[in-house]
Write a new protein. Structure first.
Length: 299
């Protein structure tokens, strides 16, 4: 029988093979989210394994297996661009990720999701605002997404759990690490009962100085923006990862809400600039809800 020239059946994907290739690509000189994205942009249908020799792939699989075993991470999942389970909305990111690692319930990525983000050094009022927003969003059926950092992130995750809702943590470390360390128990709870996501390569992370690893954190904010329907800025400083996420949300066509208090005080011209670019200034949840008409539990 003649092969069908129109047959576009995708080639099978072996997640562990792609893990090994992804880790190998990250270990190349100068590798970054930008350089990897450019590599795949030149070959849109390629998998990581199309760029790496099989012996190197197997080598990096073994390296990662040793690392996760030593860290006590017994199970984790892998999502590869090109497979059915990989959400297409993640391609809206500036530098789309080809491979993601996760623990927990992957189906939560398909739920209506809203990110609550803000300063690590949050004020008491900021924490209270984050808690109130998380509670109301959970009541309306939204999954709360944040980055497991101190301050606003922690308040958002904890409130979602306390209110009987769902939460997703997108972290700036590999699954084998917890940062800040004080949130390790919260991270364990999320990985066991909800969803924990990382785009950070295991091997590269441990091979370089922690000061260099800091660049993974703002990149995770871009992933959070792509993962969610909207981002809410509760409280943030000028140089925070929250500002990175805000710009990414607008670039990706997502809703961006900024609470009124963020416009107060000196040095806040950046939020005014975001408003001019399409961010929505809001006073309370009701203002936000008006722009989220498809809340799952709305009457």
């Amino acid at each position: 029988m003649q092969p069908n020239a129109l047959d576009i059946t995708p080639k099978p994907i072996a997640p562990m093979t792609e893990l090994g290739a992804y880790e190998a690509l990250w270990d190349e000189p100068g590798a970054s989210f930008k350089t990897l994205a450019e590599k795949f942009k030149s070959r849109p249908d390629a998998l990581p394994s199309d760029f790496v020799a099989l012996d190197r792939i197997q080598d990096y699989i073994q390296r990662v297996n040793r690392m996760v075993s030593q860290a006590g991470v017994n199970q984790f999942g892998i999502r590869v661009h090109g497979e059915h389970e990989y959400p297409q909305k993640l391609r809206d990111a500036q530098y789309p990720i080809e491979v993601l690692y996760y623990q927990g319930h992957w189906d939560l990525v398909y739920a209506p999701c809203v990110a609550i983000v803000g300063s690590r050094s949050a004020s008491t009022a900021g924490i209270q605002r984050a808690q109130k927003l998380a509670k109301l969003l959970v009541q309306d059926g939204y999954t709360i997404v944040s980055g497991l950092a101190k301050g606003i992130d922690t308040a958002a995750h904890q409130t979602a759990i306390q209110e009987g809702g769902n939460t997703i943590a997108v972290i700036g470390t590999p699954l084998t690490q917890a940062y800040p360390q004080e949130n390790s128990q919260l991270q364990d709870k999320i990985r066991q009962q909800f969803l924990l996501i990382s785009q950070v390569p295991f091997y590269r992370y441990v091979q370089q100085h922690y000061t260099v690893n800091r660049f993974f954190f703002p990149e995770r904010n871009k992933l959070m923006a792509a993962l969610t329907d909207a981002t809410i800025i509760v409280e943030a400083g000028k140089t925070s990862g929250t500002r990175v996420q805000a710009k990414a949300a607008l670039a990706q066509g997502r809703k961006l809400f900024i609470l009124n208090n963020c416009f107060d005080g000196p040095g806040k011209t950046w939020v005014t600039e975001l408003e001019a670019q399409g961010a929505i200034r809001v006073a309370d949840y009701q203002d936000i809800k008006e722009h989220l008409p498809h809340a799952p539990n709305s009457n």
